[in-house]
Design a protein around this ligand. Structure first.
Ligand code: SF4
Ligand code: SF4
Length: 103
């Protein structure tokens, strides 16, 4: 059963500012999104996960890739530019936003 969804909306114009969508009803509270998100978009509030800073999402796709219950959707697009540049400098082909970029 879906409890609900939460789109990322701009407070100014009511339009979406990125493609991140969180389905709290699917979340099993594994904590992976807390670990992998380089911008701390998700937060633990009591025993629940919530979108704390949705506007900071830059659509790297790490949370969706690591969420075991498909509670997160995001079009990852080109991914994190910072991670790609740093991974290239390190000679890595497997780019991991968070591990390779902002932390
Ligand atoms: S797509 Fe990347 S930046 Fe956006 S919430 Fe997920 S892990 Fe964080
Ligand atoms: S990775 Fe998915 S299931 Fe795990 S806490 Fe985050 S939203 Fe919930």
């Amino acid at each position: 059963m879906e409890i609900g969804t939460l789109d990322v909306m701009s407070p100014q114009n009511g339009g979406r500012i990125n493609t991140l969508v969180f389905y709290p009803g699917r979340c099993v509270r594994c904590g992976m999104c807390l670990k992998v998100c380089p911008h701390r978009v998700f937060a633990l509030e009591g025993e629940r996960i919530r979108l704390a800073r949705p506007a900071d999402c830059m659509e790297c796709g790490a949370c969706r890739k690591n969420c075991p219950s498909h509670a997160i959707e995001v079009d990852s697009g080109v991914g994190c530019a910072s991670a790609m540049i740093k991974a290239a400098l390190r000679g890595r082909e497997d780019v991991v936003c968070g591990e390779d970029c902002c932390r």
